[in-house]
Design a protein around this ligand. Structure first.
Ligand code: HEC
Ligand SMILES: [Cu+2]
Length: 402
């Protein structure tokens, strides 16, 4: 071995050492970057969130390492191969390197394969059927969410006898064995798996709860579903993640706090600490309201609109119910808006309001477009509103005088 050979050997093993050290630093750096995961996301609200975040973190290790590798090589090249002062010669002509090309194709292929297998497994487990699911019917309509739960007589509040109930309510229960309670908020409790069965009344929407890390499109003509198991009591935001029209941004909620009494507006997911709290705070009051509806039609109409069974709140202002929608005319004082009679030829305000819900495009309030959905009398039509609901809602709106 002559002197010059020994020299190159020493340089090679030195270079190898540097490459190994740089590789370790890059992978270690990827790990460090992945530690940012919790700071990038809202709190983990469900078991699904934990799995999704682990997957994200795994990808962030890989992505972070690749970022450091690319930036490191870039910085190294900028410094190491910079032009010396006065050097105007061209760089060496390089014609490709088959080994390198093979390596940089094979490594990403392996990485993508591993991520695919891991992600598929997370997808499978987060969507798996859980025992004892709470099934909630979910309706997306421009521009509000509505959630309905079927309550069977064994879940009724203690002391409620079927025989005490209004005959109409009794007949309703006998028909299908349950009552349906509707709410603009989704109520669940910790540890109880939830399945949402979702339909849309009109266009595509997408149900998204960032804290639960679940998101699913609602497709016209199909029922889609989504599952999650809350792990942390609290209040979380539901968002529509599919641009669905001019009120799309309103298809989420804002929390309004008046005094110490929180008033929830729009779509919120409210998670109760345990089943007892869920029953006490949500299920029983809502069930009682359906079992013992007010007899006065106007009070019943007010209760129906306040329950969020219809998406009117995102488009209309109505101070009595705290609505702040701004896509349609204010409903404050609509009961005495008698100029509509000469504008439409309707005989009285009752007929006018009734028609503006059943056939909103017959007459467009000046300054507004045909945005209001038509609320139809038959169950198989979209935006179904039974006749008795309509009667009650009209009776209530007639009381909104100025
Ligand atoms: C997507 C938005 C939207 C929704 C949801 C909606 N409306 Fe409307 N509404 C409008 C618009 C826009 C107008 C004005 C154009 C027209 O007359 O159709 C209107 C008009 C009305 C009017 C006539 C008001 C007047 O000044 O003459 C009434 C009454 C009304 N809506 C009631 C309701 C009720 C009750 C609901 C829920 C069952 C509802 N709307 C849901 C957008 C909406
Ligand atoms: Cu939407």
């Amino acid at each position: 071995m002559n002197v010059s050979e020994r020299k190159t050997n020493g340089r090679n093993s030195n270079a190898l050492l540097w490459i190994v050290l740089a590789g370790l630093a890059i992978i270690g750096g990827g790990f460090l970057i992945s530690l940012l995961t919790p700071y990038l996301f809202p709190a983990q609200g469900s078991t699904q969130a934990q799995q999704v975040d682990n997957l994200f973190r795994f990808m962030l290790v890989i992505g972070g390492a690749i970022f450091l590798l690319v930036q490191g090589v870039l910085a190294f090249s900028v410094i190491r191969f910079r032009a010396k002062p006065g050097d105007v010669s061209d760089g060496a002509a390089i014609h490709g390197n088959t080994t390198l090309e093979f390596v940089w194709t094979a490594i990403p292929a392996v990485i993508v394969l591993v991520i695919t297998i891991y992600a598929y497994q997370v997808w499978q487990t987060t969507r798996a059927v859980q025992p004892n699911e709470q099934v909630v019917g979910t309706v997306g309509a421009r521009f509000a969410w509505s959630f309905s739960t079927n309550v069977t007589p064994d879940q009724f509040p203690a002391g409620v006898e079927l025989s005490q109930l209004d005959p109409a309510v009794q007949a309703d229960i006998e028909e299908d064995g349950y009552i349906t309670i509707t709410s603009p908020q989704l109520h669940t409790y910790v540890g109880q798996p939830v399945q949402l069965q979702m339909v849309t009344q009109d266009v595509l929407h997408s149900f998204w709860v960032p804290a639960m890390r679940v998101k699913q499109d609602l497709l016209p003509g199909r029922t889609t579903d989504i599952r999650f198991t809350p792990v942390e009591a609290g209040m979380y935001r539901i968002v529509c993640a599919e641009l669905c029209g001019s009120g799309h941004g309103n298809m989420a909620g804002t929390l309004v706090t008046t005094d110490d009494n929180p008033v929830y507006q729009g779509a919120w997911l409210n998670v109760h600490a345990d089943e007892a709290a869920f029953r006490r705070e949500f299920l029983e009051p809502e069930t009682l309201a359906v079992l013992f509806p007010p007899e006065d039609p106007a009070a019943r109409g007010r209760q129906l609109l306040a329950s969020g069974a219809y998406p009117c709140n995102t488009c209309h202002v109505l101070s009595d119910l705290g609505w702040t929608g701004n896509l349609g005319p204010s409903l404050d004082g609509v009961g005495t808006r008698t100029q509509r009679l000469s504008q439409t030829g309707q005989p009285d305000m009752e007929a006018y309001i009734r028609n503006s819900i059943r056939r909103p495009t017959d007459f467009l309030v000046p300054g507004f477009g045909p945005l209001m959905p038509q609320f139809n009398p038959e169950p198989d039509q979209p935006n179904y509103m039974p006749e008795d609901h309509l009667n009650a809602i009209v009776a209530y709106l007639l009381t909104q005088t100025e």
